[in-house]
Design a protein around this ligand. Structure first.
Ligand code: CMC
Length: 426
């Protein structure tokens, strides 16, 4: 059968060019334009990469129209409700779900690597009080390569898998330390007896030499948030990781760049904005006023936690978190004023024509912000939580990049609109 192509006609010259169509296992076909410039002498323009597939990948599939998300072929609802974050991490890194024995070994390997070099504490000491934990986290991850320089060979699979396990294991410890140092609180070391998510909550909320009671629903809620964030194909931070990786940088450098890319409010900062907005609204009585502002075309105010670029029907991650939120409310007897405001916004938005017509549904950040608030996690740690969840995805994408036959450095071109050559006055 003849290979499928798409034909582009240059209307200025009538010349026709054929470009191959690549077929995915599922999802839209992809036109291979890698020879577009050499064939036509023109660049393509796609601001924000809205129509561009930047790589081949076997990790995550999203169908925004159907509200479908899968990691390595497993539906997100199955992973989030039946598997732990650590199992999902193993799936992303090793391409298959672990059996019981493998999970036990993997969990032990992660625990053994959860401690950080004591010398790193000097680095944390150098930051001023109230330094944002995201800045400390990015610096801490970048610094890992200076403390763990024994396995930095990115051409050795054993060494890069060691780096992969180290990053996954150490990020929660660096994240918790970032917060404790930023608040001047005593450091809590990882506890080998605790599971991945329980350990993080313990390092964040605990007191030295004393036991703290963490409720299973709290651990489950956070573990689910981690799983739901674990990968989301070629989003901004993952693209940053792949771009840096394409220069043959090691995973510590790539993950540090992913953290920086995630920090902005259009990406990992959105759930913090949800809570700040609920606080701004202040009371249930004010909700109608703010809904009117969100609908007013002359007002730039938007309801945080509503709408999504890819999911135009519903965000499958939000559906799962809504259930978790309900479990939390009933098990912890939560009844905060912010939750009441959120509930009223949700009820209005789901029945209001403005939101229905524009497919504006609550997204993952609407519920994750409220859940993290209920878990007493400080707002400045919300993006950090996102980082812990997204790390296995970044690493899996880095490994996939590395396992290709050859790496092509990411080097886009541009539509130049600056001055043509100026005549200098000598
Ligand atoms: N509140 C009020 N109106 C909205 C909102 C909102 N949150 N989002 C979109 N609209 C309106 C927008 O004004 C426009 O109306 P009109 O057609 O009358 O001009 C229409 O809906 C389409 O908006 P758009 O900006 O073209 O949609 P987009 O797909 O480019 O933007 C979005 C998606 C997520 C940036 C946007 O919905 C938004 O700003 N939401 C609030 C911020 C937020 O919750 N971000 C987290 C997203 S999930 C993060 C993740 O998956 O990593």
């Amino acid at each position: 059968m003849k290979n499928k192509t798409v034909t582009v006609t240059d209307n200025r010259t009538g010349k026709k060019y054929d470009f191959p169509i690549l077929e995915p296992t599922i999802g839209p076909d992809v036109v291979d334009i890698s020879k577009f410039y050499s064939d036509t002498g023109m660049f393509t323009f796609d601001r924000g990469f809205t129509s561009t597939a930047s790589c081949r990948s076997k990790i995550t599939y999203i169908d925004g129209g159907k509200g479908k998300l899968m990691y390595r072929g497993y539906d997100i609802a199955f992973l989030a409700t039946k598997k732990s974050f650590l199992e999902t991490t193993y799936l992303l890194l090793h391409k298959k779900l672990p059996d019981k024995e493998t999970l036990k070994d993997f969990s032990l390997e992660v625990k053994k690597r959860s401690f950080i070099h004591e010398g790193m504490k000097k680095l944390f000491d150098a930051f001023p009080d109230r330094a944002h934990p995201m800045a400390i986290l990015a610096a801490g991850v970048s610094a890992l390569s200076t403390f763990y320089f024994d396995h930095l060979d990115i051409d050795s699979p054993d060494e890069y898998m060691e780096m992969a396990t180290r990053v996954v294991a150490k990020i929660p410890t660096i994240a918790a330390l970032s917060y404790r140092y930023s608040q001047g609180l005593p450091v809590i070391y990882p506890d080998m007896e605790k599971g991945f998510t329980e350990n993080f909550l313990y390092m964040l909320r605990g007191y030295p030499h004393s036991h703290i009671e963490l409720k299973p629903i709290e651990i489950k809620a956070l573990d689910t948030i981690f799983t739901l964030h674990a990968d989301h194909e070629q989003n901004a931070s993952t693209t940053a990781v792949r771009v840096v990786g394409s220069t043959h940088a090691h995973p510590y450098a790539c993950v540090a760049s992913g953290i920086s890319a995630l920090w902005g409010r259009a990406h990992g900062g959105a759930n913090e904005s949800v809570i700040r907005q609920l606080e701004l609204i202040g009371s249930v009585e004010n909700v109608d006023k703010y809904i009117a502002k969100a609908k007013d075309p002359n007002d730039s105010f938007r309801l945080m936690g509503f709408g999504h670029r890819v999911y135009k029907n519903f965000d499958p991650r939000a559906t799962i978190l809504k259930n978790i939120q309900q479990e939390l409310v009933s098990e912890l007897n939560l009844d905060s004023s912010l939750m009441a405001i959120a509930k009223k916004i949700e009820d209005i938005a789901l029945s209001d024509e403005y939101f229905i017509e524009r497919n504006l549904y609550p997204n993952i950040d609407f519920y994750s912000g409220i859940i993290l608030q209920a878990l007493k996690i400080p707002k400045e740690m919300f993006a950090v939580i996102f980082v812990i969840g997204r790390t296995p995805g970044w690493i899996a994408q880095w490994i996939e990049l590395k396992e290709q036959d050859s790496i092509k450095i990411a080097r886009p071109r541009q539509l130049y609109l600056g001055p043509t050559e100026r005549t200098p006055k000598y």
